[in-house]
Every structure is written in structure tokens, then in C-alpha cells.
Design a protein around this ligand. Structure first.
Ligand code: GDP
Ligand code: MG
Length: 441
């Protein structure tokens, strides 16, 4: 993964004041590969990476992050920015029903999405109506009806027996129907083809003109990868749209299409569809998509939390004490409390690139453990905390009693402290991440 590769790239690059040109080039190469693997279109990758390099050149190396993390953070920030920053909300009509029209290739997931969107709107107190304007594919109307029934939303469709209707007239009539029945949102499902095709575009444009939508949403399958960009451009030219819906995000596509489409068309991704169930649907979250594209697990969350919670001063003091050889149980407790601030251990687990040994120890970690450790340390005298070597058998018994723990809990803690101190010394010598010692095993 990108995470592993970056960690390898930066193994020897700690403690620099500023990212060097070589560091930036090395990282840029890895980011480029990661983006291409995520199906971001090549021209977009090129432009994006050069913007990143530009920005990275000006950055100071932050105290809380190592250079790899820092570049990842820059890339992540830029990705979120390009993907639209804050989520863009639906625009509702000021008067009359809000009309939302869906456009996209056959199989993109429009009909499924129509019902999901209807359900989502209904849950927000709207009274949506679905309109079946795909009169091309056999069973398309019925498919929408089945979906509509699942979510309890009425479907407007041509009368059976009237033969195959004309989608433009159906669309037009549906708006009148919605007004009569006081539906406040109308969702118009349309036909697609397997490939971009002039007739399909003309029909979609005809429906658009008939219903004057407040929002046209381009629905695109995240699994089609690089082709998404071509399709997105064709629909932009042929029909035009205001926003994008990415579907099938439950598959293993990394979703680079979102970045390409946003970057090239300037249209925001507004919703994400992620499964066959009607509730597998959400507004689009640029930050989640950015992590998915980067494939960094929760690394990014850790970076954020580390920046917030990591007390640089404390760490420096601890490191100083360590090199002076007087790292005490009080310092140990302080470090543990820092860890607690970093958030739940379970989360941190998935976040640490290249921290294999610690990761293993983290596996059994539990926040309450810090409270137990605290109780034990608080039952020690200042002299014992400052110099744990003096904690002999009778002291252990006293401490156990005072803290309501067993002697073996106390033994464990003391062992752990010495181990942590050893590990911290090793990490300090090897230049590893400070502030992460003492994880119980
Ligand atoms: P349309 O041709 O654009 O109307 O696409 P459909 O809504 O008929 O969807 C095509 C196929 O994709 C159907 O089998 C859907 O069940 C499936 N589908 C739609 N959205 C999703 C999704 O988010 N995840 C998965 N796994 N399948 C989906
Ligand atoms: Mg359909």
C-alpha cells in the first residue's frame, strides 16, 4: 500500500527541518502510483502531483509528524479540497416541486439510486414521487415500481396498455401530477445505453427541457474506472448536470473517478451509493473519499489526532529525561495519558504505518487499562515513582492493597515500565516516533 511504500521511502529521513527536494520527489512518485492505481486519469494525476510538489516545497517539517506523514497530510488536504471541501447540499425549488433528474449510462445505478434518494428525502420529511422515464428497456418501469414499493414512494408511469409512451410527455405530465398530489420532490429516472450515444443524449436533453430540473444528477458507476471521465465529459456536453452520484462504492474500486470528474468538470460529487439495499446511500463525504483514494486506512485520522493531541513540549521533556536516564513512573503515566488523548486504541491500531511491534502490543489494549495503571502509580510514594528499582516485595504488596489491584498487577506494571523504558531508548536511538512507549502487552 501507499502507506508501506511511503514508510519505506522515509525510513532514513527523520528530524530534518524542511522537506528536501529529493524527499518531495520520492514521495511524489509514490503518490503518483497510488493515484493511478485508484483509477485517477493520467492528466489529472500529473496536474495534481505538480500542485502537491509546489506546496510541499514551502512546508516546514511539523513536530508531531514525520516527513512521510506530513506529505500524506498535504496530499490528503488537497484531495479533500478538490473533491469539494464541504459536502454540497441539494438545492430545493423556491416554489412548486423540486425536480431532480437522473442521467447516466445503462447499468450505472440510476433506477436503484432513484429509490434510495426518495427514501432519504422521505426520511427528511419530504413527500417525493418517482417518475419512470426509461421506456426503452423492457421491465425498466416495473423495476422502478418494485423499488418504489420497497421505500413506500409512489411511482408515476405511463398507463399500461397505452403502448410505449414518449418519455418527454411522461416527464411533462409527471410534473402536473406532482403538483396535483402535492409532492414536494420529483425524481425523474431516465434511460441509458451501454455507451455514450447521440440519441440517448437527445432524449435526456428533451426530458430536461420538459421538466426544467432544479438539479440534474449524473450517475456513474465507480467500477468503470478510467472510462468514467470520458462518460462524464460526454454527459456534461450532451445534457449538462449540476452534481455527480458515485455508485457501487461497495465494490473494491478506490474511487479515483470522483477526483477525475470533479477536477475536469468542476461538478461536485453529491451522493454516494454503496450497495443493493435501499439504505446503502449517503451524502458524499470528500474526506472519506480522499482516504479511500489514498488507501491509507485510518492513517489520516491518526495524523489529525496526533497534531491535535500530541504535546510537543511533553515529548521533548520525556526525551530529555530519557537521555539523562531519569525517565520515571510519573513520566510513564504522563505518556499513557497522552495516548489516551489520542483516542481509542482500537482506532490507532489501524493507523500506524511501520509500527509493527507496537501494533501487536496495542491489540490487547483497552482505555480502562490506563485507569488501572494510574491507580497503581498513584499508590506509590514519590520516591518509588522516581526510582522504581526500589519497589521490592513488601512495597509491591502495599501498593497492591492501596490501589485495589493484585500484586501480580503491580509486578506487571513495573515490568512493563522497564520494558517501555528500554523500548523508548531504542526508539530514541533509532529516531522512531516519540511519545508512543509503554504499551502493555
Ligand atoms: P440503471 O440502468 O442506471 O437504472 O441501473 P440500475 O439501478 O438498474 O442498476 C444496475 C445494477 O447495479 C442493478 O443490478 C443494481 O442492483 C446494481 N446496483 C445499483 N447500485 C448499486 C450499488 O451501489 N452497489 C451495488 N453493488 N450494486 C448496485
Ligand atoms: Mg434504470
Amino acid at each position: 500500500t501507499l502507506s508501506d511504500r511511503l514508510t519505506a521511502t522515509f525510513k532514513n529521513l527523520r528530524g530534518k527541518g524542511r522537506l528536501s527536494e529529493a524527499d518531495i520527489d520520492a514521495t511524489a512518485r509514490e503518490i503518483r502510483i497510488a493515484l493511478l492505481e485508484a483509477d485517477v486519469a493520467l492528466p489529472v494525476v500529473k496536474e495534481f502531483v505538480s500542485a502537491i510538489k509546489e506546496r510541499a516545497r514551502g512546508e516546514e517539517v511539523s513536530g508531531a509528524l514525520n516527513p512521510a506523514q506530513q506529505v500524506v497530510k498535504i496530499v490528503n488536504d488537497e484531495l479533500i479540497e478538490i473533491l469539494g471541501g464541504e459536502t454540497r447540499r441539494l438545492r430545493y425549488a423556491k416554489t412548486g416541486p423540486t425536480v431532480i433528474m437522473l442521467a447516466g449510462l445503462q447499468g450505472a445505478g440510476k433506477t436503484t439510486l432513484a429509490a434510495k434518494l426518495a427514501l432519504w428525502l422521505k426520511e427528511q420529511g419530504k413527500t417525493p414521487m418517482l417518475v419512470a422515464c426509461d421506456l426503452q428497456r423492457p421491465n425498466a418501469v416495473q423495476q422502478l415500481q418494485v423499488n418504489g414499493e420497497k421505500v413506500g414512494v409512489p411511482v408515476y408511469a405511463p398507463e399500461p396498455g397505452n403502448g410505449v409512451g414518449d418519455p418527454v410527455s411522461v416527464a411533462k405530465a409527471s410534473i402536473e401530477e406532482a403538483k396535483r398530489k402535492l409532492h414536494d420532490v420529483v425524481i425523474v429516472d431516465t434511460a441509458g445505453r451501454l455507451g455514450v450515444d447521440a440519441e440517448m443524449m437527445a432524449q435526456a436533453a428533451g426530458i430536461r427541457d420538459a421538466v426544467q430540473p432544479d438539479e440534474v444528477l449524473f450517475v456513474v458507476d465507480a467500477m468503470i474506472g478510467q472510462d468514467a471521465l470520458v462518460t462524464a465529459q460526454a454527459f456534461l456536453d450532451g445534457v449538462g448536470y449540476d452534481g455527480v452520484v458515485l455508485t457501487k462504492l461497495d465494490g473494491d474500486a478506490r474511487g479515483g473517478a470522483a477526483l477525475s470528474i470533479r477536477h475536469v468538470t468542476g461538478k461536485p460529487v453529491m451522493f454516494a451509493s454503496s450497495g443493493e439495499k435501499m439504505t446503502d446511500f449517503d451524502v458524499f463525504h470528500p474526506d472519506r473519499m480522499a482516504s479511500r483514494i489514498l488507501d491509507m486506512g485510518d492513517v489520516l485520522t491518526l495524523i489529525e489526532q496526533a497534531e491535535k493531541a500530541f504535546d510537543q513540549e511533553e515529548a521533548l521533556k520525556a526525551a530529555q529525561k530519557l537521555s539523562d536516564g531519569d525517565f520515571t513512573l510519573d513520566d510513564f503515566l504522563g505518556q499513557m495519558q497522552q495516548l489516551k488523548k489520542l483516542g481509542s486504541m482500537q482506532k490507532i491500531l489501524g493507523m500506524l504505518p511501520g509500527m509493527g511491534q507496537i501494533r501487536e502490543q496495542l491489540e490487547n489494549f483497552d482505555d480502562r487499562e490506563i485507569d488501572r495503571i494510574e491507580a497503581i502509580i498513584r499508590s506509590m510514594t514519590p520516591a518509588e515513582r522516581a526510582n522504581p528499582k526500589v519497589i521490592d516485595g513488601s512495597r509491591r504488596a502495599r501498593i497492591a492493597k492501596g490501589s485495589g489491584r493484585t500484586v501480580s498487577d503491580v509486578n506487571n506494571l513495573v515490568d512493563r515500565f522497564f520494558e517501555a523504558r528500554k523500548m523508548m531508548m531504542q526508539m530514541a536511538r533509532g529516531g522512531g516516533m516519540p511519545g508512543m512507549p509503554g504499551m502493555p502487552g
